[in-house]
Design a protein around this ligand. Structure first.
Ligand SMILES: Nc1ncnc2c1ncn2[C@@H]1O[C@H](COP(=O)(O)OP(=O)(O)OP(=O)(O)O)[C@@H](O)[C@H]1O
Ligand SMILES: [Mg+2]
Length: 233
């Protein structure tokens, strides 16, 4: 990777990041001078009112939107004007989890996780299958591997989504309100599972959440208000 920055213990580093939607008089300043550092293995939550910019920041970190202003380095790769090849390579090292699980209904839990390993060409089919079963076991779902999503509870589906996010061997998980569709206790349980798997493997997690108990599980809570970081607890 040509844009690799010097080795560091940071998985995410944003300096003076600004983001806008729209043009001319419609232009809206959504992220304002964001400076943020996340270490490998650190679990950080983003908190703030609806519309404050959490999802926008997460999609920038996940390489799903182009950086407009300021600098953003993710997993040692500068996202400022980087090539699509570099960006595609980076995306394979980031596990994404959204509010809805986005599982494919016609695939079993194991097959849903396997889909995310398709890009891992240096492993045989059998090796990838074993890895998927291992991942499902790590989120407590080994016995549900052959179940279709319609046969799983909401919390179980979201745990399959976590296993799928872990399947690419990510160094970073970007999660946008992954517990919003779950009851409070189930939400906390699934985050607790994700947290322990991530800690074991030194994977960073950057997660938007509105749940104060999920925030309590994090190493750090970053509050955003109207596009600005207002505190770093
Ligand atoms: N694609 C878009 N085009 C124009 N405006 C957008 C777009 N996406 C988001 N916005 C606006 O940008 C602001 C920040 O949105 P964002 O989705 O980042 O907020 P959020 O903090 O994730 O909110 P929530 O907690 O409701 O998910 C909001 O005012 C929103 O209306
Ligand atoms: Mg959002």
């Amino acid at each position: 990777m040509s844009s690799l920055t010097a080795a560091s213990n940071l998985s995410v580093r944003a300096v003076g990041l600004n983001h806008y939607y729209g043009d001319g008089s419609e232009r809206m300043h959504v992220l304002k001078d964001i400076c943020l550092e996340v270490r490998y293995g650190e679990f950080v939550t983003l908190a703030g009112p609806s519309g404050c910019g959490k999802s926008t920041l997460l999609t920038l970190i996940g390489g799903l939107k182009s950086v407009q202003q300021g600098s953003l380095d993710v997993l040692g790769c500068s996202l400022n004007g980087c090539s699509s090849t570099l960006l595609n390579g980076l995306r394979t090292k980031i596990g994404m989890v959204f509010q809805s699980h986005h599982l494919m209904e016609f695939l079993t839990a194991k097959q849903n996780v396997q889909v995310a390993t398709e890009a891992v060409i240096d492993r045989s089919y059998r090796a990838r299958e074993l890895r998927c079963l291992e991942l499902l076991a790590s989120v407590g779902l080994r016995d549900r591997a052959d179940h279709y999503p319609s046969m799983l509870s909401g919390g179980q589906k979201q745990r399959v989504a976590f296993a799928r996010a872990l399947a690419c061997n990510p160094q970073l998980i970007v999660a946008d309100e992954p517990t919003a569709a779950l009851d409070a206790q189930t939400g906390r349980d699934v985050v607790s599972i994700l947290r322990s798997v991530a800690k074991e493997r030194s994977i960073s997690i950057v997660m938007a959440t509105h749940d104060p108990r999920v925030m309590e599980m994090a190493d750090r809570v970053i509050a955003i208000d109207d596009g600005r970081l207002v505190s770093r607890l």
